[in-house]
Design a protein around this ligand. Sequence first.
Ligand code: HEM
Length: 146
Amino acid sequence: MDFYKIFLSAHKGIGYLVLLLVAIFLLSLLMCMFGYSGRISKLLRKSTLFTMIAFHTQVLVGIPLLLIFSPGFKVALDNGTLMSDAYNRHTFVEHPFSMLIAAVLLTIIYKYMKKHDTIAMKIVIMGVIAIALFAYAFPWMRVFGA
Ligand code: HEM
């Protein structure tokens, strides 16, 4: 059984779900931000929760994928091309770290939403940073490229 393939397929599959959830999260965040009252809607609460869960799942699948199964990561380490090669750096360093930071930010945002009824500017900024990190780190070319 090829665990690398299983983990990579699971990671990619959940990746599509994350894309959809992040889009819903972004829309509900914008709607709340430009809404008159600034009240945290049910949609925003739920989309934050599900996006956070999906990110945490990706972290759980991504860590063994990176540290145990990925042959590309081992080759890059052995050859010393982890940081000097742009593809390796993005796939094995920037992608995991940016997604990890985004997962932490989403967790902070969700914790805030559990305690408050209205949104605060700092939370909107954190949400925008989390989405920007996700958009930067998502391997668009690998998933949608030719
Ligand atoms: C929500 C967060 C994440 C999303 C949406 C995501 C999505 C993806 C996608 C779509 C791929 C390409 C899969 C393919 O081409 O078949 C990928 C590759 C990869 N991801 Fe993630 N990822 C996330 C978080 C993480 C985290 C936190 C880690 C590690 C700590 C990680 C480690 C990796 C590794 C190592 C690869 C490349 C594996 C290889 O080429 O051997 N990912 N990710």
